[in-house]
Write a protein that binds this ligand. Structure first.
Ligand code: FES
Ligand code: FES
Length: 913
């Protein structure tokens, strides 16, 4: 028995001295506020205070804490009141997905207690041990500074207001996040849940045989079953795009990447903890593998999928005018080649969840971005009807695209279905990074020309994307890239080709931008070079060429409103002029003797919101109970971006009620209609559109039933539904109304599906109902002796049509910038080498620059409320702006990412500067 003081009370636990404190807190004491992101001291999400020290509880053996005093996130609240720090995190919008919040808050409280008047540097030093992949840390820093500096006063923001859209209300699910009460995939397994461990290929390409399973079971008491391909009653494969479902649940005889699943061991938690994967009776014969697209497409290379000759998964193509001819006649031409690596999503929550058989139904609770897609896929795998699958998404501790695909779900579903017992899984950090999808590595060649008036004459773009062993979102990347490779510019002569190529690597899939960030790196750095070659200012060059209302895109689509790129460029122009002046003055004043050179770079983005040229429907339901309560069924998974909050804001305005009148039922495939997946920057735009239609329809029903005028305001509360008409409040009598199929006395269900058209053989058509636009400026310092780069400031302007919640918009921009900094300077996933958060570097709080944000609202008239998506746009311009800044400061032209110090130094040697 080990005894200690936990959050002010004495506890005694029966455990081994070498048990980890994090496991005991979560498993034995039920305090799941402390999170486990890595189990190896790298992420800080398990931070707790032991006596007077800030510690990672995953590294603390229980034997070391006997008699100690421990504070966890659950100990921060004073009774039912949030601590000042928690309330400040809530008010400043410091949390997004929330998985890092317990570690952040514990660290911040420790700092507050032990350091008087900490400076930003002190805060960075302490919070630098906690990784956040969502927020960009800026609002966290602001919250901590406000509290520790004594300037913080509690603000009540979710007050009654006639207009909710546009208000900086607090995140509706924010309290759960800052208290650690949000339930994530690993937090809530039923009593008696079995554990499943997936066995995976150690080789990129190999044949295998499994034998003598019965002997293995006999030798491993507590292991209940072994699952293989033979145990899949339905289809032994999954995928995300119809016609491209090609990844086996369990490989049969042969594997195509290191990490591919071959079998799974199910058993009691203790037995699975003790299980040694090397003891499993499997024989491997290694086969030749192809790891790069260039190797994979040569004649005679091993073919991964017989139906895809030369390992080509798919190709994309957009052409207009005559790019080749126009380039020949151009006054200035720039030609470049680029290479970008695999990028890991590095969400702090590894994949986790459990499955439970309920008669002839299967229920899966866990983290996901796409519950309805999961539902259909699991039904196919189990060979049951889709109506017999229920997906209950938990909080999603970061997704960024990778949690669109199935990962852990088939294994727990198969085991629970077969054994009729709850079965759970929590991926290790290594398993999460080694087996789930990545950003596609790219090899891009580009030629861009302009005339003497700085007008772009032509773009010729070829991109090859390494899509790994299975399709995942490879076809989407290949289709989206050629549409976006022009950037938000008028380009009369255009040729863009893309190709997704299979290799024996972990599958590449969706990651914030579907190939567009790689594309923008090539285009925007080439455009800056071209502008300089032509003698133009880089911002003015972009302004001359920018799309406007009424000008055609490269697919021939014309928007009559909402093309906001010129407004974004105008918004950042003063910052651009100031930054250019400052950096040249700094460098000139100090001359060649100084080795810390200032630089400034600019880049733009555009991004089509929603799926490319296919249906995008989203459906929202709202009902009124007989007691007058308004219930919103909102099925768009909130992975931190804020859909729970912004969809409710939109509904409140559409009904013309206040936000507190609405009770939210979040995603659950049994309770909420299909709002589609959370990807492609579509939820605020499309589910928001459905929410607006549904809110207006419900309002109409209420007004008709109450027989009141158009200007009435509606209020719902514990005592009923009220109408305020001409200053008079009336209670609406709902008692005599019958219940409908959903159990409501009044209800509506509305869908929104923005209009797109298919692309023709030249890629011409209307692939998206709208685009969002943005510009970022990077100011930075390059150490020309060491090759290191420090980002000093990012100025960002993003056109969102209408900012539903400006605080959340800012949070998205700051978080996207952080991921863009990682893409530019430090991130490179190497399969089998950087499968952990120690070797795979992502930006910490200390890597973040000052950020100035301009929210541009150029409404698109033909979509509901003019609202545009934002989630992916914000990452796209950061890396090219940084690369342009590095070249501006040092002359170094970085064509292979990331821009590590070695690459910067090597690139500097190639130029005279
Ligand atoms: S879980 Fe302990 S540091 Fe990551
Ligand atoms: S809010 Fe920090 S990891 Fe998501």
């Amino acid at each position: 028995m080990i005894t200690f003081n936990l959050n002010g009370r004495k506890v005694e636990v029966d455990c081994e001295p070498m048990d980890r404190l994090s496991d005991v807190l979560r498993g034995k004491l039920g305090l799941t506020g402390t999170k486990v992101g890595c189990n190896s001291g790298d992420c800080g999400s398990c931070s707790i205070i032991l006596n007077d020290d800030l510690c990672c509880s995953c590294l603390l053996p229980m034997g070391q804490i006997d008699g100690g005093y421990i504070t966890t996130i659950e100990g921060l609240e004073d009774g039912k009141t949030l601590s000042n720090m928690q309330q400040a995190f809530l008010d400043y919008g410091a949390s997004q997905c929330g998985i890092c919040m317990p570690g952040m808050l514990i660290s911040a409280e420790w700092l507050h207690k032990y350091k008087e008047n900490p400076k930003p540097k002190d805060i960075e030093d302490v919070l630098g041990g906690v990784l956040c992949r969502c927020t960009g840390y800026k609002k966290i820093l602001e919250s901590v500074m406000a509290v520790t500096g004594g300037q913080y006063t509690r603000i009540k923001k979710n007050s009654d207001s006639n207009t909710v859209v546009g208000s900086r209300i607090n995140r509706l699910d924010g309290v759960q996040k800052v208290t650690g009460r949000e339930v994530f995939g690993a937090d809530d397994f039923p009593e008696g849940t079995l554990v499943i461990h997936v066995l995976r290929s150690p080789f990129e390409s190999a044949k295998f045989t499994i034998n003598n399973i019965s002997q293995f079971l006999a030798d491993n008491p507590g292991v209940i079953d072994i699952l293989t391909a033979d145990d899949v009653p339905g289809k032994n494969h999954f995928g995300v795009i119809p016609g491209f479902s090609d990844q086996p649940i369990f490989a049969q005889n042969k594997t195509k990447f290191a990490g591919e699943a071959v079998a799974a061991v199910v058993g009691e938690p203790k037995a699975i903890r003790k299980f040694e994967p090397d003891s499993f009776p499997i024989q491997w014969v290694r086969e030749p593998a192809v790891l790069e697209p260039a190797e994979a497409t040569v004649s005679g290379a091993p073919v991964l999928h017989a139906e895809r000759p030369n390992n080509i998964l798919t190709e994309g193509y957009v052409a207009s005018g005559n790019a080749e001819g126009a380039l020949l006649n151009s006054v200035h031409v720039i030609e470049n080649r680029y290479k970008t690596p695999f990028i890991e999503h590095a969400y702090i929550e590894p994949e986790a969840g459990y499955a439970l058989r309920d008669g002839d139904r299967i229920i899966i609770q866990g983290c996901t971005q796409a519950p309805f897609m999961n539902k259909d896929s699991i039904a196919e795998i189990l060979g049951i009807g889709s109506e017999d699958v229920r997906i209950i998404p938990t909080g999603c501790g970061g997704g960024f695209g990778s949690k669109l695909d199935l990962s852990y779900q088939p294994y727990i579903a198969l085991a629970a279905w077969k054994l009729n017992r709850p079965v759970g899984i929590v991926y290790s950090r290594h398993e999460s990074m080694g087996t789930t999808t990545k950003r596609h590595p790219s090899e891009i060649s580009i030629k861009v020309g302009c005339d003497e008036n700085f007008k772009i004459t032509a773009i010729d773009f070829h991109g090859v994307f390494n899509t790994g062993a299975y399709a995942s979102w490879g076809p989407t990347v290949a289709n989206r890239v050629p549409v976006h490779a022009s950037g938000p510019y008028q380009v009369a002569n255009y040729l863009a080709k893309s190709r997704a190529v299979h290799t024996n690597n972990v599958p590449a899939g969706a990651f914030r931008g579907f190939g567009v960030p790689q594309t923008a790196i090539a285009l925007e750095t080439s455009l800056s070079e071209l502008a300089q070659k032509a003698g133009a200012d880089e911002l003015s060059f972009r302004m001359i060429n920018a799309l406007r209302n009424g000008t055609p895109t490269v697919t021939g689509q014309i928007f009559s409103s909402g093309v906001g790129i010129t407004k974004c460029l105008e918004a950042v122009r003063p910052a651009w002029e100031r930054a250019k002046k400052y950096s040249s003055q700094h460098n000139n004043a100090l001359g060649k003797s100084i080795h810390k050179k200032k630089g400034v770079g600019i880049a733009t983005c555009w991004y089509g919101c929603g799926n490319t040229s296919i249906a995008n429907p989203s459906t929202i339901r709202i009902g009124i109970r007989q007691n007058g309560q308004i219930i919103l069924h909102q099925g768009a998974t909130d992975i931190g971006q804020g859909s729970n909050t912004v969809i409710t804001q939109i509904v409140a305005d559409a009904i013309q009620t206040d936000i507190n009148s609405i009770e939210l039922i979040g995603p659950d495939t049994d309770l909420t209609p299909d709002a589609g997946k959370t990807s492609a920057s579509r939820q605020t735009f499309i589910s928001g559109g459905a929410a607006s239609l549904a809110g207006k329809a419900l309002r109409e029903k209420i007004l008709r039933h109450a027989n009141v005028g158009e200007n009435a305001r509606i209020k719902s509360g514990p005592t009923g539904l009220y109408i305020e008409d001409n200053g008079q409040y009336h209670q609406v009598d709902l008692c005599r109304l019958p219940f409908d199929e959903f159990g409501y006395v009044l209800s509506v269900q509305e869908s929104y599906d923005p209009v797109t058209t298919p692309l023709d053989e030249n890629g011409q058509g209307d692939p998206y109902a709208l685009y969002g636009y943005g510009v970022q400026i990077a100011e930075l310092t390059v150490d020309t002796e060491l090759g290191t780069v420090v980002i000093d400031r990012i100025t960002a302007a993003h056109d969102v049509g209408k900012a539903v919640n400006p605080t959340l918009v800012e949070g998205q921009i700051e978080g996207g910038i952080a991921q863009g900094i990682g893409l530019a300077l430090m991130e490179e996933y190497q399969p089998g080498v950087t499968d952990n958060l120690h070797d795979y570097l992502i930006p910490t709080i200390g890597d973040m620059p000052d950020i100035d944000i301009f929210i541009v609202e150029d409404k698109a008239c033909d979509v509901p409320n003019g609202i545009k998506g934002l989630g992916e746009h914000v990452l796209i311009p950061t890396a090219p702006a940084i690369l342009n800044g590095i070249r501006n400061a040092s002359g170094a032209k970085i064509n292979t990412l990331p821009a590590t110090p070695a690459r910067v130094l090597s690139a500097m040697k190639e130029v005279e500067f």
